[in-house]
Design a protein around this ligand. Structure first.
Ligand code: ADP
Ligand code: MG
Length: 261
């Protein structure tokens, strides 16, 4: 029988480190899940993984490292986060880094085709082999930067890499926006990157508060300004109106309860 695989593989990359990739990956996963999607968040940052740390899931027996070392299959490395989405962690210990990698991520990830509506892939900083592997693993790519020239320059490099490899990014997310006059504007970034800006996530202390509590900010502080913007982006990815997803009508709520939509 011919089965259509509807899983969307989306990689979040940046070039520069520390601009918010892992924060976006975990929160986009949580937001898509809040909107009823089946989501797997995968930590493609093999050498310095952070996804499981941000989600408070650090003691897991089988990780992506075991899979890439040929010791387990990817389905064995899927864990449920208490908020309802699934996670494929990478190994945190230095011993994991010593495991001999025998498989490529882009190949291993086919094992879970059809297991979720969305697979969101976190990416290492830079443009080394590890980051390239994570970008190859996604069918879609979102670039994230802060509104500073050096971060945008690195994101441009990631864009150039993706173009050379036939991957077209759907757009750029500008994170930690304050609106101060030294920041690059949406127009500046669009001109520089030759890509649309699909989201501008504000600087928000609650992001840090949520990280300290090891929970996604969209889950812990759903009404804070960063959460609202991340949910708006999640709705955009689904192709739906954010407001109607946030405030479903009485009929829609009933249909959800009875599994009719
Ligand atoms: P990367 O994965 O790109 O290295 P992280 O997601 O780990 O970046 O984010 C780096 C740090 O930036 C976080 O630990 C958090 O303190 C901060 N951060 C990210 N996004 C925001 C935001 N919207 N508002 C405030 N702080 C943020
Ligand atoms: Mg990270």
């Amino acid at each position: 029988m011919f089965i259509i695989n509807m899983t969307r593989y989306i990689t979040i990359a940046s070039g520069k480190g520390g601009v918010g990739k892992t924060t976006l990956v975990t929160n986009l996963g949580a937001a898509l899940n809040q909107f009823g999607k089946n989501v797997i968040v995968l930590d493609g940052n093999i050498s310095t993984p952070n996804v499981s740390v941000l989600l408070g899931m650090t003691k897991l027996p089988i990780t992506l490292h075991d899979v890439l070392a040929g010791k387990a299959n990817l389905k064995q490395a899927i864990y449920m986060h208490p908020s309802g989405f699934k996670v494929i962690p990478a190994g945190l210990s230095i011993h994991h880094s010593k495991l001999k990698i025998k498989r490529e991520l882009a190949e291993a990830i086919n094992e879970i085709a059809g297991e979720a509506d969305f697979i969101i892939i976190d990416c290492a900083a830079g443009l080394g082999n590890e980051a390239k592997q994570a970008m190859y693993a996604g069918d879609e790519l979102i670039l994230i930067t802060t509104p500073e020239i050096h971060a945008v320059t690195d994101a441009l490099k990631a864009h150039e890499f993706s173009k050379d490899n036939g991957i077209k990014p759907m757009g750029v997310v500008i994170n930690r926006v304050t609106g101060k006059d030294w920041e690059m504007t949406k127009n500046n970034v669009e001109e520089f990157m030759e890509l649309p800006v699909i989201s501008m996530i504000p600087e928000d202390e609650n992001v840090k508060r949520a990280i300290a509590k090891k929970k996604p900010v969209v889950y812990l502080y759903p009404k804070t300004k960063a959460s609202k913007e991340i949910k708006r982006l999640a709705a955009k990815l689904i192709g739906e109106d954010y407001r109607s997803l946030e405030n479903p009508s009485f009929i829609e709520r009933l249909m959800t309860i009875f599994g009719l939509n």
